[in-house]
Write a protein that binds this ligand. Structure first.
Ligand code: GLN
Length: 546
C-alpha cells in the first residue's frame, strides 16, 4: 500500500491561466476536509532555480525556511495552506539535469548511454515521489509549469504517463487546466482550443481525468456535455473556473463546482466531512467589505511588474483584513524620485514601504524617499534593501557621514555602513550562495518589533549578502536609530528602529514570505495599524485647522 495519492495539474492553450491558484485552492479544500496535503511545482526551465533570474523574467523569488530560492507559486501554497514548503517542493529541469550529470560523472550509470528516457524521467519520477517518503501526506499535488505541447515539458508529461501506469489509476489523478475563449463577434464560447490541447496530452499517452476550464462566461450544460464528449471525461469532471474578484475566492468557487469531490472520487478516497471554511469566508468578507481605507506607497524599482512584489501585496491584504481596512498600494518607481519631486510623489500617503532589491539602480531615490518619511514622521517599513537604505540615509543625514554607502555599490574608501557579510567574502558563484532561509532573531524588549510579535524569539527568512556594519552601531544608537533585533549566534543586526519616530522599522529579513491568510504577519499588521492611526491624526488636524 502506498502512503500517498498523487494529483498532477497540467496546463494547456495558454500560460498564465492560474495553475498555481487552482492547485492551491484544491489543496485548501482537501485540507479543510481533513486530508493532509502538500503541493510541489516542477518548472521546465534550465535554470537550477529562479534565484538568479531577474524579477522581470520570473516575478518574485520566493524563499523557503530551508533556504531554497523558488517559484512564487510556493508563496500561494503557503498562504492558502498555512504550511511550510521546502527545497523538495520546487524542482527545475536545471536541477534534474544537474543531478543526472553528476551521477554520470561519478560513473553511476555503469557505462550506459545516458538518455532522456529513462535517466531524466527516472530522476523526475524520484523527485515527484520524494515527499511521500516523509510519510506526512495523504495527497501530494504536483503542478507542472509551462504548457502541454512545449518541447521543454515533454519529459514531465512522459513521467506522469509512466507514473499513472506504475502507481495505478486510483493513485493518480490528472487535472488539465485550459481556456474556453469567448468570441465577442460570434457571442460564443469556443471549446476547440481545449479539444486540441487535450488531444496533445492524449497523443503523449496521458488522458486527463478532470478539466478545469478558465472562462469569462458561465458554461452551460450543453457546453459541458460537448467538452466531456470530445475530451473523454465525465460531465461532472468539467469544472468551470470563472474570473474571480480575488484569488481567495477561488477555493469557494471550486467547492461549488465540486472539484474536491470529483478528485477524491477519482482517487477512491472518502469525501469525509464538509470542509470547514468559516475562517476563510470570514477573511474574504473582511477583504471585500472593510470599514476603513488607507493608502500605502510601495517604493521599488520593479514596479512595472505586478508579480515582482507578490508576497508584499498579499501580506498587505492579510494585514488589511486583520485591521478591517482596505490597503490601497500605490507603486512608486524609485528611479523617478528626486529631492525636488519626492514630497509631491509621496503626498497623501498614509505610510511607505521601501522594497527589497539588488544593485545600484534606483537606490538614491529610495534614500530620498526615506529622508522625507523620517523627517515628516510618516510610518515607514523597510525590507531588506529598504532597511539598508534607511541605515544609509540616517548615516548621511543624521550622523553626517556624507559618503555613507553600501559595499554592494561602493568600495572600502567610503563609510560602508552596510558591508559584505564576512562569510560572503570568498563567494564567487552567484546561484544559491546568499544568506538564505530562516535564521533566529532575538528582539529587544520595549521596541515596536517586540510589541508587534509579542515575544522575544522569532525566526524569519533571509535572502541577502550585505548587512549592517556593527562598527557603526554605537554611533547610530547614540543618535536615535537602534538595533531592535539581532541574530543570537552572529550578532548581526536584523532590525533597526527609530524609537522617537511614530513607526520606523527596517528589517533585514523578508517578513512578507511568512504572512498567510490564517496568520497575517505581525509587522505588517502593526504597520497597517500605524498607517491607520496616522491617517486619523491627519484628518483630525485638518478638522482643527478648518
Ligand atoms: N541587495 C541587498 C543584499 O544583497 C538586499 C537584498 C534584498 O533586498 N533581498 O544584501
Amino acid at each position: 500500500m502506498r502512503k500517498s495519492k498523487f494529483v498532477f495539474v497540467t496546463g494547456g492553450v495558454t500560460s498564465s491561466l492560474g495553475k498555481g491558484i487552482i492547485s492551491a485552492s484544491l489543496a485548501k479544500l482537501l485540507q479543510a476536509r481533513g486530508y493532509s496535503v502538500t503541493i510541489q511545482k516542477f518548472d521546465p526551465y534550465i535554470n537550477v532555480d529562479p534565484g538568479t533570474m531577474n524579477p522581470y523574467e520570473h516575478g518574485e523569488c520566493y524563499v523557503t525556511d530551508d533556504g531554497a530560492e523558488t517559484d512564487l507559486d510556493l508563496g500561494h501554497y503557503e498562504r492558502f495552506l498555512n504550511i511550510s514548503t521546502s527545497q523538495a517542493n520546487n524542482v527545475t529541469t536545471g536541477r534534474i539535469y544537474q543531478t543526472v550529470i553528476e551521477n554520470e560523472r561519478r560513473g553511476e550509470y555503469l557505462g550506459k548511454t545516458v538518455q532522456v528516457i529513462p535517466h531524466i524521467t527516472n530522476e523526475i519520477k524520484r523527485r515527484m515521489l520524494l515527499l511521500e517518503e516523509t510519510g506526512k501526506y495523504d495527497i501530494i499535488i504536483t503542478e507542472l509549469g509551462g504548457t502541454v505541447g512545449d518541447i521543454e515539458s515533454l519529459p514531465y508529461v512522459e513521467t506522469v504517463r509512466q507514473l499513472r501506469w506504475e502507481l495505478g489509476q486510483d493513485t493518480v489523478c490528472i487535472i488539465h487546466l485550459t481556456l474556453i475563449p469567448y468570441l465577442s463577434a460570434a457571442k460564443e464560447l469556443k471549446t476547440k482550443p481545449t479539444q486540441h490541447s487535450v488531444k496533445v496530452l492524449q497523443e503523449l499517452g496521458v488522458q486527463p481525468d478532470i478539466l478545469v476550464c478558465r472562462t469569462e462566461h458561465k458554461l452551460n450544460t450543453e457546453l459541458r456535455k460537448k467538452i466531456a464528449l470530445f475530451c473523454n471525461v465525465n460531465q461532472n469532471a468539467v469544472i468551470e473556473s470563472l474570473d474571480a474578484e480575488t484569488i481567495y475566492d477561488v477555493p469557494l468557487m471550486m467547492l461549488k463546482e465540486k472539484l474536491d469531490k470529483v478528485t477524491l472520487s477519482k482517487l477512491k478516497l472518502p469525501v469525509k466531512s464538509e470542509p470547514s471554511l468559516e475562517n476563510w469566508k470570514d477573511f474574504i468578507l473582511r477583504v471585500k467589505h472593510p470599514s476603513n481605507e488607507i493608502h500605502i506607497g510601495l517604493v521599488g524599482k520593479y514596479v512595472e511588474l505586478q508579480d515582482a512584489y507578490k508576497s508584499i501585496n498579499e501580506a498587505f491584504i492579510h494585514a488589511g483584513a486583520e485591521n478591517d481596512c482596505k490597503v490601497v498600494v500605490k507603486t512608486i518607481h524609485s528611479e523617478a524620485l528626486t529631492p525636488e519631486n519626492v514630497s509631491g510623489k509621496l503626498d497623501g500617503l498614509d505610510g511607505v514601504l521601501v522594497a527589497p532589491g539588488f544593485g545600484s539602480r534606483g537606490i538614491e531615490g529610495k534614500i530620498e524617499a526615506i529622508k522625507h518619511i523620517r523627517t515628516n514622521d510618516i510610518p515607514f517599513f523597510g525590507i531588506c534593501l529598504g532597511m539598508q537604505m534607511a541605515v544609509i540615509e540616517f548615516a548621511r543625514n543624521v550622523l553626517k557621514l556624507k559618503d555613507a554607502h553600501t559595499a554592494e555599490v561602493e568600495n572600502g574608501n567610503k563609510n560602508l555602513v552596510i558591508d559584505l557579510m564576512e562569510d560572503q567574502k570568498e563567494v564567487s558563484i552567484k546561484g544559491g550562495t546568499m544568506r538564505l532561509g530562516a535564521y533566529s532573531c532575538d528582539l529587544k524588549k520595549g521596541t515596536r518589533s517586540y510589541q508587534s510579535y509579542g515575544k522575544s524569539k522569532i525566526k524569519e527568512r533571509h535572502r541577502h549578502r550585505f548587512e549592517f556594519n556593527n562598527k557603526y552601531l554605537a554611533d547610530f544608537e547614540k543618535s536615535g536609530m537602534i538595533s531592535a533585533g539581532r541574530n543570537p549566534e552572529t550578532n548581526l543586526v536584523e532590525i533597526v528602529e527609530i524609537p522617537k519616530h511614530r513607526w520606523f522599522v527596517g528589517v533585514q529579513f523578508h517578513p512578507e514570505l511568512k504572512s498567510t491568510v490564517e496568520s497575517p504577519h505581525p509587522l505588517f499588521v502593526k504597520f497597517v495599524k500605524a498607517c491607520m492611526d496616522y491617517a486619523d491624526d491627519k484628518s483630525r488636524n485638518l478638522k482643527k485647522m478648518r
